[in-house]
Write a protein that binds this ligand. Structure first.
Ligand SMILES: [Zn+2]
Length: 282
């Protein structure tokens, strides 16, 4: 059965990407996991979705000035999970009335744009909003509660990635954004930081992009890629290392990539306050 969606009603939610995504989800009741993002895009005037090898960008949206219809191209060299995120991201540009094309015939988006765009200019703001739209549609907040239990662990990130068919990287960012604890997800390659996603209130971190990361838990001896959640030295990670205990869990991935989840505990916390947002200077 062909999916039918009311684009006018969705766009009536305005330019806030989360409101737009929720208006879309309101028209797709009964969701319990993987979102059919291709089908959704096609029901909203995306006339074609092509998979082609791309080198300088991760995906693009070709559309006319009025966005009456659009075509999305995603990178054939990326995983199906990344391709799904790319479709959601480009749909976020397409539906948002305030997003103005970044190139002559639409939007061209890099892998960096889709992970951790930095800066304050309009292009970066649009990229952030397209990401916020994509993840809200692909891993809806109302379906995440079961994965947000008090003790943060990367197992939950892996479960989110599998359930919603998104990349582990996107799942880790989503987990940090939605969990009530102060968390950080560190994405690294060959011992250097690619970028860090921090939740509101997480203490100030010393290393940044291209810097060596702080200490990680040792890889498990049994060949498993996932370590335990171990206490590690805050030296090399936190700007004020004496103020908190730091715990880390690392997922060692292929070709030198790793995802590390950081959690903190204040040394002077009471049992009741232990999961309250730490009051650190940023
Ligand atoms: Zn974009």
């Amino acid at each position: 059965m062909t999916l039918t969606l009311d684009r006018i009603e969705i766009e009536g939610a305005g330019s806030d990407p989360v409101a737009l995504a929720r208006a879309l989800l309101d028209q797709t009741p009964g969701l319990d996991g993987r979102v059919s993002i291709d089908e959704i895009a096609r029901a909203l005037d995306i006339v074609s979705i092509e998979i082609a090898p791309l080198f300088s960008i991760e995906a693009c949206l070709q559309c006319d000035a009025l966005k009456s219809h659009g075509q999305i191209v995603v990178n054939a060299r990326s995983s199906p999970q990344r391709q799904r995120f790319s479709i959601g991201h480009e749909l976020g540009h397409f539906l948002n009335e305030r997003h103005v094309p970044s190139v002559a015939d639409g939007f061209a988006c890099s892998r960096r744009d889709m992970a951790a765009p930095e800066g304050e200019d309009r292009h970066i703001r649009q990229e952030r909003e397209a990401n916020a739209f994509a993840i809200e549609v692909l891993a809806p907040a109302h379906l995440l509660q079961a994965h947000l239990k008090p003790t943060p662990e990367l197992d939950h990130v892996l479960a989110i990635a599998k359930r919603f068919e998104i990349s582990r990287e996107a799942a880790a960012r989503r987990y940090v954004q939605c969990h009530r604890d102060c968390l950080a997800a560190v994405f690294s390659h060959d011992g250097k930081i690619r970028y860090v996603e921090k939740s509101e209130g997480f203490p100030s971190i010393v290393p940044w992009t291209n810097d060596p990361h702080g200490p990680l838990p040792a890889p498990p001896g049994d060949g498993s890629p996932l370590t335990g959640l171990d206490e590690v030295s805050a030296q090399g990670w936190l700007t004020y290392p004496d103020r908190s205990q730091l715990f880390a869990q690392t997922l060692y991935q292929r070709e030198g990539h790793a995802i590390t989840l950081l959690t903190v505990e204040q040394d002077d916390s009471t049992t009741e306050e232990i999961w309250a947002p730490p009051r650190f200077r940023r």
